[in-house]
Design a binder for this molecule. Structure first.
Ligand SMILES: [Fe+2]
Length: 143
């Protein structure tokens, strides 16, 4: 049975079976969902106030991501995970993507929030399923 709290976007298939990491992933999806609350129509570019709100949320997502990646990489070091370097590269790429989205929002290049939310949700899900889950299996076998 799942012990992870319910969270939008966090489905049972996303569980990596390391409770601290699952909790942090659920928080990610909650933060990403908040992008959808900055405007009534997610398909239209944001006005200036909504851009400010979206940027605040993006800054929170970036800070959470940095802390979370540190946690995850710590678990990897604990068990000498052979995939650590590749995994670290994927984490850096995700942070680059966030910085790029922040830049697009900041210079008003008319990004609709649905695009930001969908991109982040899919990046997180894809990363969790393809990289974090295999690590979770390795960790639980080798801890
Ligand atoms: Fe990861």
């Amino acid at each position: 049975m799942s012990t992870t709290r319910n969270s939008a976007g966090f489905s049972p298939e996303c569980e990596v079976s390391i409770p601290e990491i699952d909790e942090q992933h659920a928080t990610f999806f909650d933060m990403i969902e908040r992008i959808g609350t900055v405007a009534d129509d997610l398909y239209r570019p944001l006005d200036d106030d909504a851009v400010d709100e979206a940027l605040d949320i993006m800054a929170e997502i970036r800070e959470h991501a940095q802390a979370h990646f540190g946690t995850e990489e710590g678990y990897m070091q604990e068990v000498d995970y052979p995939g650590l370097d590749d995994h670290r590269t994927a984490h850096e790429r995700f942070l680059d993507d966030i910085a790029r989205l922040e830049g697009e929002l900041l210079n008003g290049s008319a990004v609709p929030p649905i695009k930001v939310r969908t991109f982040l949700t899919e990046s997180c899900r894809g990363h969790i399923l393809s990289m974090d889950k295999p690590f979770g299996q390795f960790y639980n076998k080798n801890k």
